[in-house]
Design a protein around this ligand. Structure first.
Ligand code: IVH
Length: 679
């Protein structure tokens, strides 16, 4: 028989899961959060704590289990219930009309309705559910056999781990079903991930599609979870067959069942409607937070789809209209060198300005010398430049003789090899390339370029979030010597700010408030903000969690550092080197004086027992430490002796003098059951 506490726990766990699922759906699927992140974290922490105390209650579809899987050795191959085919493409209106004519011919009707959807630039994925629970997530693979990436799919917050029976019934979905859709990496996450990778001196991902495809196959679910993929559903199947009578009904049913369906779809009556849809989204694609490369048009009625059937590799009832690639051809006029926060020198091509997808591009990154050599690119070369969403344009290829535009042939220009400078273009310091690394660096610790980047990093999104402290302000402050390091930010005054160009009373005030607010950010942000080599956002989080304070981190030995998950020799060395530097230690002291958070928060803390003091005595069903933990996790305090200040004495069997004292002082005495009630 389960004890009363166990039963209560089971009930509470169920309630928590429902709450968490509801808020996950609001946040990740509907994009309409109704709860602060902190509140959400509290619910999740409580659930995790209860599950840790009652392991028998853990289920695979519990929202706490998104990152449950062990790192895997490889992925198992799985056959698809029905091949995951690709689509035929149309590149212009003519090809689209030709497709429609064929649909009319083959069905013998002209009143065919279509569903238009955005063509998301990611990777397709099949999810199978049995009994309403997520069973498997499988990549497309070669279309017939894919790879089982379930542990990674589970980390995608917009993928429901389970769907309730009632919900399925209402949406007319059987308990065993399959959902197909696209896994994408939203642009904001893509940019942040690449920035983070750059700080850790790892190669950037070329575009969000590669990043999504690469991430879903990473062997470490922790990393996948951190990269924040998204999943948009577009097919609902059972035993490889469509369940409902119209594609639009499938999309509605998937939405009702809690899947994220891209909201920008429309049902249209003819090809004119399709064309209007294409134009609308071509104009608006830049505003989406993810990349699309076209529009997919599907015949709505499943009956007609079946009549139309398939060619060898693609359905006849659907077609992909591809937007013109956002690439352009232009000439490299020069190669400039930018210096980053870590001193990294990045070669950047200065281009003859070229219009690509609505904007003029005049700079494109060349990443590093390895990339320049790989492309074989020289100053004066004609090149193809690609641009995607927010992504920095990049040079992707050098044109060969036959591909050159007329202009190039009319005014041929000698080309010149680019050489990395030996001196930093910003400070004149020495530039070195460490053996085995792709990057060149300026080794002058006081290089102003590093300072600027360090300040921008500190103030940036995901670090100290000091809104208003952008490039132009940082440049002015650094140029005038008002900021010599990040700690100086906390000595800025209104007078100093007002002495700058384009800074008025109001914006100075706002900025000071932003700076003040940044002091309240948690320890991990401070660690991340310091800009220690290889310490990205995630590592900073793990370090904060493990050490609990900056002081503990600073005095840690290499061995202690390497106890932290994901911290190896390279990272531990970088941390030790950072804190060994006198200048850095001085900086840390100034940050401490400024009032930044140097201690971690105990995240699990609830508030049910906030302000209450307990004394534990007698023999309980579990060691005293267990109850101490419970009380502390709920925000209470545990003290050793009974006094007037004690709120409760938790007494077990054979409680002695402390119990007497409690009675004498009139302090409330409770048992385990009552404690559970308070919790
Ligand atoms: S339907 C048999 N709908 O495009 C039809 N595909 O070029 C399968 N894609 O492999 C696809 N957005 O990865 C469909 N709304 C959408 C899509 C979409 C992106 C991708 C998918 C597919 C590729 C075909």
């Amino acid at each position: 028989m389960p004890t009363a506490t166990a039963k209560d726990a089971a009930r509470r766990v169920e309630r928590l899961r429902e709450e968490i699922r509801r808020h996950e759906h609001l946040y990740y699927v509907l994009d309409a959060p109704k709860m602060s992140d902190a509140e959400f974290d509290r619910l999740m922490q409580e659930l995790k704590r209860l599950e840790a105390e009652h392991p028998e209650l853990v289920t695979v579809d519990s929202p706490s289990q998104r990152v449950g899987g062990k790192p895997r050795e490889g992925f198992v191959k799985v056959e698809h219930s029905r091949p995951m085919l690709s689509l035929d493409n149309a590149y212009n209106e003519e090809e689209l009309r030709a497709w429609e004519r064929r649909v009319h011919e083959l069905t013998g009707r002209t009143d065919v309705e279509y569903v238009c959807e955005l063509k998301l630039d990611g990777m397709s994925l099949a999810l199978t559910y049995s009994g309403g629970r997520l069973d498997k997530g499988v990549t497309r693979g070669d279309g017939y056999v894919g790879e089982d990436v379930t542990t990674n799919v589970r980390t995608i917050r917009s993928v429901p781990l389970s769907v309730g029976k009632d919900v399925l019934k209402k949406a007319e979905i059987p308990a065993n079903f399959e959902v197909r859709g696209e896994v994408v990496m939203p642009l904001a996450g893509f940019e942040r991930m690449n920035e983070d990778r750059e700080r850790q001196q790892l190669a950037r991902f070329a575009n969000p599609r590669n990043a999504a495809a690469g991430t879903i196959r990473v062997l470490e679910p922790n990393i996948v979870a951190q990269r924040r993929l998204d999943f948009y559903a577009y097919f609902l199947l059972r035993d490889g067959r469509t369940v409902l009578d119209r594609h639009s009904h499938s999309l509605e049913a998937l939405t009702a069942a809690g899947f994220k369906v891209n909201p920008n779809w429309a049902k249209v009556g003819d090809i004119e409607g399709v064309l209007a849809f294409l134009r609308k989204w071509e104009a608006q694609r830049e505003k989406l937070g993810y990349e699309i490369d076209g529009v997919v048009i599907k015949v709505d009625r499943i009956g007609l789809q079946e009549e139309l059937g398939f060619t060898g590799k693609a359905p006849r009832w659907a077609i992909a209209y591809k937007y013109a690639a956002r690439a352009g051809v232009t000439q490299i006029e020069d190669v400039l060198v930018q210096v980053g926060r870590t001193g990294k020198l990045t070669p950047v091509a200065a281009l003859k300005p070229v219009a690509i997808g609505g904007t003029t591009v005049s700079r494109a990154t060349l990443h590093n010398m390895d990339e320049i050599e790989r492309l074989g690119v020289k100053i004066g070369d004609w090149v193809t430049v690609e641009r995607g969403g927010d992504v920095i344009p990049k040079v992707v290829a050098v044109l060969t003789e036959g591909q050159l535009p007329k202009e190039a042939k009319q005014h041929p220009r000698p080309t010149k090899k680019f050489k990395m400078p030996e001196r930093c273009p910003v400070c004149g310091g020495h530039v070195v390339r460490v053996e085995g690394e792709a990057d060149h660096r300026c080794i002058n610790a006081n290089c102003p370029a590093k300072l600027r980047e360090a300040l921008l990093h500190w103030a940036g999104r995901g670090v100290m979030n000091i809104e208003g402290m952008g490039e132009s302000l940082v440049n002015q402050l650094a140029d005038r010597g008002l900021l010599k390091n990040v700690a100086d930010i906390y000595s800025l005054t209104k007078e100093k700010l007002l002495s700058l160009e384009r800074v008025g009373e109001k914006s100075a005030q706002n900025l000071l408030e932003e700076i003040e607010a940044s002091k309240k950010l948690p320890l991990e942000r401070v660690i991340y903000g310091l800009g220690i080599r290889f310490v990205g956002e995630r590592t900073a989080e793990l370090l904060a969690e493990h050490f609990g304070s900056l002081d503990a981190l600073m005095s840690a030995t290499a061995e202690q550092l390497e106890e932290v998950p994901e911290v190896g020799e390279r990272v531990s060395q970088a941390i030790m080197e950072f804190f060994a530097e006198k200048k850095n230690r001085e900086l840390v002291e100034r940050l401490r004086k400024a009032g930044l958070r140097f201690k971690g928060e105990k995240k699990q803390r609830g508030t049910q027992l906030a302000g209450k003091t307990f004394v534990i005595t007698g023999t309980l069903s579990q060691p005293r430490d267990h109850f101490k933990q419970l009380i502390e996790n709920a925000g209470g305090k545990v003290s050793g002796s009974v006094s007037k200040k004690t709120d409760y004495v938790l007494a077990g069997d054979e409680a002695g003098s402390k119990l007497d004292k409690a009675k004498e002082l009139g302090v409330k005495v409770i048992g385990e059951k009552e404690l559970a009630g308070l919790l």
